[in-house]
Design a protein. Sequence first.
Length: 204
Amino acid sequence: LLREVHDDPEIIVSDLAKRVGALDFVVSAHVRAMAKMGLLDLTPSGRYVHVQLRSPKTLSSSLVGGVVDLLGKTFGSEKAGNPTPCKVWDWLADPDAERTGDWNAVFKRIAYCLTAYTHLRRLLILRYLAQQPRADEETIRDKIGMSPSAVSRQLLKLRRRGLVECVRGEGAQQWQLAPRPTVRFQQELHRIVMALLASSPSQK
């Protein structure tokens, strides 16, 4: 859906449904959900609803463009060839992980990687740690303006995805960015996000 909207701005929902081979009401529910997340704008015009990406000046819209390009590379690159679950899985998982022939597992893995970056608080933490290589939770909380429970929760989510790590500093435990992911899909996704955060410090 995002790829079609990216390639055809202001497409209407019914045409979008035809492009992806889904029912109108299913596509409508998905675009409404993405609009609530700040990824899309919906513009009613008579009996039609036009769908477009948010302003390209926003971080979320820029991120969508990067993700669309990455998904195109994942599913349609020369390396992937004619995409099969096993070939696409090679982009998504550790080389030592067992390959899968299940598309559902592939899509779940993609969603798992993407959701590391779909919460503003997680993005703010990543941006801060990119600027300040090491900090304790109290410092992160004060600089970003988060509650103690919120910063702990988001740091743990980032840690589970291998994006930050906890180290022993002077006194309290401190957090820092983890080494670059080893999985190709995560490498490229992380590069896209961090580049956008570095170039758009005031955008949300």
